[in-house]
Write a protein that binds this ligand. Structure first.
Ligand SMILES: [Zn+2]
Length: 290
């Protein structure tokens, strides 16, 4: 979910020109007009993106290295290693936008005052907007914690799904998401357990994606861990649900919030009170995470 609600709207719909007008024009003029129809309304902010990317490229290509010279005594000469590559995302964080349509979200992520962004925005019709290179750090997780990771933005790719939080997710949108997750998992070797929601990593602040989100469908495809039939499961005496939540990754400083986030994710139901079924599910998952 986004931090700020920004009033709509910049339309990203192409300008439509009646066909009878085009037919009256010479062909080259008509072609010109058709080309003009696809003018990108985000030309100005795209320029800013390119400039910022160039600035960061300049920083990482600096040599000799200038950072840390205050704390590290200067060596007689600089030696750069020849063995390196780019750091990769190791987690995927899934959100719902809680906004009114993709145009509003695209606008929110291109206004500097909002200070929020994501790598991908997936619209209800399945359109995927890739807004930031996966190697760069989006501002999507905010204050959050998973296990001992407190800077989730630095290790994750953020995906926003256009959804107001009170409705099911559309099939084209989930299909696009699954396609994208397949690419991300393969490209960056992201572990199955590391596909999680914003509500999982910020249980006191966030509740996205909502209970409508099909986590089991994702887990069936290898994105996130899941549990099987719990009928035969017997939870051992002394099992601590709080410790188990902690092992899975939840921030348990507010245990009720952590339990609620767990139910939202693994039962798609936040109204159930905690009982034997929740203990069984948690125990099964805890064993998978151990
Ligand atoms: Zn979110």
């Amino acid at each position: 979910m986004l931090v700020l609600g920004i009033s709509p709207f910049i339309s990203s719909d192409p300008i439509t020109v009646p066909m009878n007008i085009i037919m009256k024009l010479h062909i080259p003029s008509a072609l010109f007009l058709l080309a003009a129809c696809s003018v990108n309304p985000y030309k100005t902010t795209n320029k800013s993106y390119k400039q910022q990317a160039r600035d960061y490229a300049r920083i990482i290509s600096q040599h000799p290295l200038t950072t840390g010279t205050d704390s590290v005594p200067a060596a007689p000469y600089w030696v750069g290693t020849v063995n390196f590559n780019l750091r990769k995302p190791n987690f995927v964080i899934i959100h719902h936008t809680a906004q009114n349509g993709c145009p509003q979200t695209l606008q929110t992520f291109t206004l500097t005052r909002t200070q929020v962004s994501a790598h991908y925005v997936i619209c209800r019709d399945g359109t995927v907007h890739h807004m930031l290179n996966d190697y760069l750090r989006a501002w999507q997780a905010g204050v959050s914690k998973w296990g001992n990771i407190t800077d989730v933005n630095s290790v994750s790719v953020g995906i926003e799904l256009d959804n107001n939080g009170m409705e099911p997710f559309s099939d084209p949108q989930i299909n696009s998401l699954l396609h994208l997750l397949t690419k991300l998992k393969t490209t960056y070797s992201i572990p199955t357990a590391n596909f999680i929601g914003h509500g999982d990593i910020a249980p006191t602040r966030k509740n996205d994606p909502s209970s409508y989100f099909p986590w089991k469908q994702l887990a069936d495809r290898g994105f996130g861990l899941w549990y099987g039939d719990t009928t035969g499961i017997s939870v051992p005496d002394g099992f601590s649900s709080l410790t188990a939540l902690r092992v899975i990754g939840y921030d348990i400083r507010d245990s009720s919030a952590a339990a609620l986030a767990f139910k939202r994710h693994f039962e798609q139901d936040t109204l159930r009170s905690w009982g034997a079924q929740e203990e069984k599910i948690l125990y099964t998952l805890y064993r998978a995470y151990e």
